[in-house]
Design a protein. Structure first.
Length: 116
């Protein structure tokens, strides 16, 4: 009887752990979506600011130098967000559902031990 109680308790704990993992996964995915929106907004602002500087200085053509500067600004603004996204992806990869307990197999194993 004690084994049955332990198995049922294990199943309940597995379900609770599964719910916690699902909640944590949702939080991470929401954070990643929020970060992506913030990154897009920040990059747009930085590029618009630099383009305004170029426009104010009379640079109207898109030369190699201007393109290189804009590319560098984009990369600099995106780097922290890319690092954070990688970190969140690693956290997601580490989240694993607990192994399900098969009550019937467990009881059958205990039964064969008793009978054997």
């Amino acid at each position: 009887m004690g084994q049955l109680v332990n198995e049922v308790d294990g199943i309940i704990k597995n379900r609770a752990a599964g719910k916690e993992i699902k909640t944590e996964r949702r939080k991470i995915l929401d954070q990643m979506a929020s970060d992506e929106a913030a990154k897009t907004n920040l990059v747009k602002k930085a590029l618009a600011r630099q383009r305004a500087i170029y426009g104010a200085s009379g640079m109207t053509g898109r030369g190699m130098t201007e393109e290189a500067v804009l590319k560098r600004i984009r990369e600099e603004e995106e780097t922290p967000f890319d690092t954070k996204r990688k970190s969140n992806q690693d956290r997601l990869a580490k989240l694993k559902k607990p192994k399900k307990t098969n009550l019937l197999k467990s009881l059958a194993g205990e039964f064969t031990k008793i009978m054997g």
